[in-house]
Design a protein around this ligand. Structure first.
Ligand SMILES: Nc1ncnc2c1ncn2[C@@H]1O[C@H](COP(=O)(O)OP(=O)(O)OP(=O)(O)O)[C@@H](O)[C@H]1O
Ligand SMILES: [Mg+2]
Length: 317
């Protein structure tokens, strides 16, 4: 089973309008309301692929109850700490005329020390039952900046491989505990570097320095651009298939979920990353994060182009 930590759940409401104009009264068409937050998106993808998951996280207020009901309907397993504050709500507005969308995101609800201690307990409870652990999303307010670092150290002691997909100060700090896998997009990679990375050469040099520090594998995504996958032994560049995008939210989460699934299943490297990139792209085809159509994933997997950047001796296929 794959465990996922998510401290920032949300209720995501997606509406569409014909033509968004300031100062007007505009009728909306409600398209979908979904339980979300990065951990939930990731879990949804792993379940779709056929893997077992448990989401460890928080839920509070009426929105928290709604999320729990939705997850039960989706048969997604969760172990949530009940918290005082209501779960946040995000709004996506899709503008038909412009063919564009805007995401209005509330700040994550704060978590207090007592609640955090209960999260630690949940992780200790699940620790030895898991074959992989994912940390998803940014640390909410009220949580010490070292929390992810501490979490990584805990799972490393348990010999559970860990993937970190986050951003912000908690993410940068967590790197010193050396997670096995990281999945930043370019912006997040630059956050780790503390500077702009100009061009692929500079990016690769920086990722190599992370690998020297002990990170086993770095997967850097670039939206529709090539995905860079690097370890000390081999490096790949994968081109996502071209598609008509509907909604990109959660595409990186889909990639993270598929990496964990592939690692646990022991997929061959090329297959694992073709699948991961295809899951990211398949996510752009549907509204709401993580609602993949497996037939589309399979078709897209065949269209992902892989290029070997370097291979030091071992044949990683
Ligand atoms: N426009 C696109 N066309 C095709 N594939 C895309 C597009 N945008 C994203 N993807 C797919 O999704 C993957 C992850 O995308 P991206 O780099 O945007 O992740 P991210 O910024 O971490 O997203 P999030 O954190 O919102 O989930 C890409 O590697 C690619 O496979
Ligand atoms: Mg991301």
């Amino acid at each position: 089973m794959i465990g996922i930590l998510g401290l920032s759940p949300s209720v995501d409401k997606i509406v569409s309008v014909e033509n968004l104009r300031w100062g007007e009264h505009i009728g909306v068409k409600k398209i979908r309301e979904v339980a979300s937050g990065k951990a939930i998106n990731v879990a949804r993808v792993i379940k779709k692929l056929g893997g077992g998951v448990v989401i460890i996280g928080v839920a509070g207020g009426a929105n928290g109850e709604w999320i729990k009901d939705e997850l039960k309907k989706e048969k997604l397993r969760f172990d949530f700490v009940h918290v005082k504050r209501n779960v946040r709500q995000n709004l996506t507005i899709m503008d038909k005329l412009r063919g564009r969308e805007i995401h209005l995101k509330e700040e994550s609800s704060t978590i207090d020390m007592k609640e955090l201690e209960l999260i630690r307990k949940r992780m200790r409870k699940w620790g030895s039952k898991l074959s992989f652990f994912i940390i998803s999303g940014r640390l909410p307010k009220g949580v010490p900046v070292d929390f992810y670092r501490e979490t990584i150290s805990f799972f490393k002691k348990k010999k559970v491989p860990i993937l970190l997909d986050s951003n912000g100060p908690g993410f940068v700090r967590a790197l010193s505990a050396v997670p096995d896998y990281i999945k930043p997009n370019l912006k997040e990679l630059e956050e780790l570097a503390g500077r702009r990375l100009q061009g692929r050469g500079e990016e690769i040099r920086f990722v190599k320095s992370l690998i020297k520090r002990g990170v086993n594998m770095a997967v850097v995504t670039h939206g529709p651009g090539d995905v860079l996958v690097m370890t000390s032994r081999w490096g790949l560049s994968l081109t996502p298939p071209k598609v008509r995008v509907r909604n990109t939210v959660g595409s990186g989460d889909a990639v993270a979920g598929a990496i964990a699934y592939g690692a646990v299943k022991g997929l061959r490297i090329h297959d694992m990353f073709k699948l991961s990139v295809a899951c990211g792209t398949a996510n752009t085809l549907s509204i709401g994060a993580g609602f993949l159509d497996i037939r589309k994933v399979n078709a897209l997997t065949k269209k992902v182009n892989v290029k070997v950047l370097y291979n030091h001796g071992r044949n990683e296929k």
